[in-house]
Design a protein around this ligand. Structure first.
Ligand code: SAH
Length: 247
């Protein structure tokens, strides 16, 4: 995901602490581009303090005179709002919206707008957006703190990015078994179960189906499959030894 093409735009923020909180939320989730449209107080020690180790995001922040200036080169603009508007715009929650934002960032610059602490974004500002994003909340109180709203949106973008790769697979220490290898294991298992007279070939019932279902609930890697097959081979050797000593 091109996170470096996604900018967070804060419109007329009153409280510098919120600007710092936003910078931290962004950096935690791997976003770095902050635009501030006419912030009331910036730079400010309270912003620095709340940003903790995200001072670099504040240092790189771009201060603009207008929303138009902040989004002029963007081809996809999302406006966040706690309230529905009289003329509704296409509305999504952050989870639905994340893939669309990521895809748009693959093709160019993207902005996500956040409004004033007291009044949010104006209708005129929201009408410059392609999409409205609403974080589902309790009906009793729908307005989140600004930095927390940014945190949730940034987190959903991160989760989308995490899901793009298959980290479980990438970090695994052995290749996963192929279908052919697993089929050979089932044949080996079936033969061994016959050898030890656990499975009666004349009346197999659903045993192999149930065992298949058991093993298919995990993805066996090659190492695990080799261990299981080694156990089967040794079991078969013992059966042979016992049988030949009886003869
Ligand atoms: N009282 C304002 C809300 C201000 S909260 C209003 O009624 O609109 C400050 C900003 O945080 C909002 O402008 C919006 O960008 C974001 N925000 C807060 N709660 C949100 C929610 N439930 N969904 C989407 N954005 C939200």
């Amino acid at each position: 995901m091109h996170t470096n093409r996604i900018r967070i735009v804060l419109v007329h923020t009153s409280h510098p602490g919120n600007i710092g909180g936003v910078a931290r939320a962004m950096k935690n989730m791997g976003l770095g581009r902050l635009y501030l449209v006419q912030p009331k107080r910036f730079p400010d020690h309270e912003a620095d303090w709340r940003a903790a180790s995200a001072q670099d995001v504040l240092a790189d922040a771009v201060v603009c005179e207008s929303v138009e200036q902040a989004i002029s080169d963007c081809h996809f603009v999302v406006g966040t709002s706690a309230r529905g508007r009289r003329i509704p715009w296409p509305l999504q929650n952050p989870r639905q919206c994340a893939p669309q934002i990521a895809q748009a960032a693959d093709n160019g610059e993207v902005a996500i707008l956040f409004g004033r602490e007291d009044r949010g974004l104006t209708n005129e500002e929201l009408q410059q957006c392609h999409l409205h994003l609403n974080i589902p909340t309790s009906e009793a109180y729908s307005s989140l703190n600004l930095a927390m709203a940014v945190q949730i949106v940034a987190y959903e973008l991160k989760m989308h990015e995490v899901g793009e790769g298959d980290p479980a697979e990438a970090q695994w220490d052995a290749p996963f078994s192929t279908n052919e290898e697993v089929e050979r294991f089932y044949q080996h298992l079936e033969q061994t179960l016959v050898d030890i007279e656990f499975l009666n070939p004349a009346a197999p019932r659903q045993l192999m189906t149930r065992l298949r279902r058991l093993y298919s609930r995990v993805r066996l890697d090659e190492m695990e499959l080799n261990i299981l097959r080694g156990i089967l081979t040794e079991t078969q050797k013992w059966v042979q030894r016992v049988k030949s000593s009886k003869e």
